[in-house]
Design a protein around this ligand. Structure first.
Ligand code: UN1
Length: 510
């Protein structure tokens, strides 16, 4: 049995969205090819959804929501637990599919499925902890509290680089919150969407619960744009580029819907003078080369105290020299391909701009000959102020930048438009606390002695500034998927106004 068979994927897939009873036929829809980035060859094709199909998906999801919102949250959690069971069974296959379709190495593909399992476990626990506060009323014999209610169908638009985990952060938390979800995966990774949806359909079919997990594979212009504009979808969670996020934020804001925006990062690691390089070098390597530099949390800049610059640069060059590039499903490979030719073109265009700035290339900078979208991981000596350094290039290009002292390091660190992840390697408690203080890193994630990428699911994930401000995954990120209701109950038998207001005496009125 082939990998695709094991995951219920066909060579030609004519179910690209879901209705009340699982897959809807989209036969005849415009063909989308899923391409293996390591070879450039087509893995399988999908007939995409039409605008009419979108209407069925949204109606199904809206009806499912009406039923699901009344299911007790701990019972909702049990459905998610079953999905976690299936993910545990299929971890190896699904991890391999992520590798095959997106190009990250198998270790990271499996790691991504592990994130799904972890968030599912988190969501099951959360299903008994959707706590609201209770407040003391200023009036006697009044009870005041808040409760969290389900919000509605949630639109989840995910990117190619985490083709399954980001769905789970959203959909599994939304599920225990009582929401249905409509997932639009990236057009580069439709097969990952189909594989996950097959698991959801199986679990739902046996459960007696409504079809709360919906999928829609189609072009951004046909179905994505429709969903973003649709006032039946109160929340859009979007992961992708800053320009696209700005446009989505504007459209959803215009209709006063909510968004969770998870946009670009320009993540830096500060290497303090006394940093332990046996920790810093592997962390920088994983952050910059892992997933071929295609995580939002990828390390893009390393700020190095100028006296330590040569030592750190040499250690990095030597580590980069040992990175094996090739088939992401091979055990020894550390770096797979970029996702497509467009990404290779972006890598080359960035290198041209680096050269225009007079940037010194310390390692790499070449596209690999042969099939597939392979490039060399690249190290550049750069200035933080260069325009290209200010931008997120979704490729393994690492900028090494000198600083004088901790103030200079933090100033340079924060002097980019994005604010996702950050880290400092130091054994100096004052440097560490400065970095974590209100005057330190301006990012949503700030770490000491671990890198910028590979965050655990238990924390709230997201960032500031042009990263969009959204938070998903752990901590209290669940609140974004619910609506808060404040309730006051008067059991005093008297009608008393707040703020001590007296408004005539009508107590005898019938
Ligand atoms: C992303 O790149 O969109 O922290 C998400 C990390 C992963 C998630 C990255 N847990 O690198």
């Amino acid at each position: 049995m082939s990998l695709l068979d094991k995951l219920g994927i066909k060579e030609i897939n004519s179910g690209a969205c879901t209705g009340p009873d699982g897959w809807l036929s989209t036969e005849g829809g415009k063909i989308l090819e899923s391409v293996n980035p390591a070879t450039g060859k087509v893995i399988a094709t999908v007939h995409q959804c039409s605008e009419d199909d979108y209407e069925t998906v949204i109606k199904t999801s809206t009806e499912a929501f009406k039923e699901w919102r009344m299911v007790p949250a701990p019972v909702r959690g049990q459905l998610v637990r079953k999905i976690a069971d299936r993910l545990r069974d299929q971890k190896d296959y699904l991890g391999s599919l992520v590798s095959l379709e997106m190009g990250k190495i198998k270790q990271e593909g499996d790691g991504e499925v592990q994130e799904m399992i972890d968030i599912a476990d988190f969501a099951v626990g959360l299903s008994r902890q959707l706590y609201g506060l209770s407040m003391h009323s200023e009036r006697p014999m009044h009870r005041m509290y808040e409760q969290w209610h389900p919000l509605g169908p949630v639109g989840v638009i995910t990117a190619f680089n985490f083709p399954v985990a980001v769905w789970s952060w959203n959909a599994l938390i939304a599920a225990v919150c009582g929401d249905s979800t409509i997932w639009k995966p990236s057009s580069s990774t439709p097969l990952c969407g189909i594989a996950v949806q097959n698991i959801c359909n199986d679990v739902l079919a046996d459960s007696g619960h409504p079809p709360i997990f919906g999928l829609i594979i189609g072009s951004g212009r046909t179905v994505g744009d429709r969903m973003v504009r649709d006032s039946r979808v109160p929340l859009i969670s979007f992961t992708g580029s800053t320009p696209m996020g700005k446009s989505i934020g504007g459209i959803v804001g215009e209709r006063l819907g909510s968004t969770i925006l998870e946009l670009g990062g320009n993540n830096a690691i500060i290497v303090d003078e006394d940093a332990d390089l046996s920790l810093a070098i592997p962390a920088i390597l994983f952050g910059a080369v892992g997933t071929a530099g295609q995580r939002c949390t990828s390390t893009r800049r390393v700020l190095i105290q100028k006296n330590a610059f040569d030592k750190v640069a040499d250690a990095l060059k030597s580590a980069y020299g040992q990175v094996s590039i090739g088939d992401p499903l091979e055990e020894d490979t550390l770096m797979g391909p970029l996702v497509n030719q467009g990404a290779v073109d972006d890598y080359l265009a960035a290198l041209d701009r680096i050269r225009e700035h007079g940037g010194e290339i310390l390692f790499g900078s070449n596209v690999k000959e042969g099939s597939g979208y392979f490039v060399e991981p690249t190290i550049v000596k750069a200035e933080n102020s260069w325009e290209i350094v200010q931008e997120e290039t979704f490729a393994p290009i690492l900028y090494l930048i000198e600083y004088d002292d901790i103030e200079d390091a933090i100033e340079k660190h924060n002097a980019v438009p994005q604010g996702l992840s950050s880290s400092m390697f130091t054994n100096n408690i004052i440097s560490a606390e400065t970095f974590l203080s209100p005057a330190g890193s301006d990012c949503g994630i700030a770490n000491i002695n671990i890198g910028t990428s590979g965050a655990e699911i238990g924390g709230a994930f997201g960032g500031e500034k042009e990263t969009g401000g959204g938070r998903e995954s752990g901590s209290d990120a669940w609140k974004a998927y619910m609506r808060r209701q404040t309730n006051t109950i008067n059991w005093s038998g008297r009608m008393e106004l707040a703020q001590g207001i007296s408004f005539g005496d009508f107590s005898e009125s019938k």
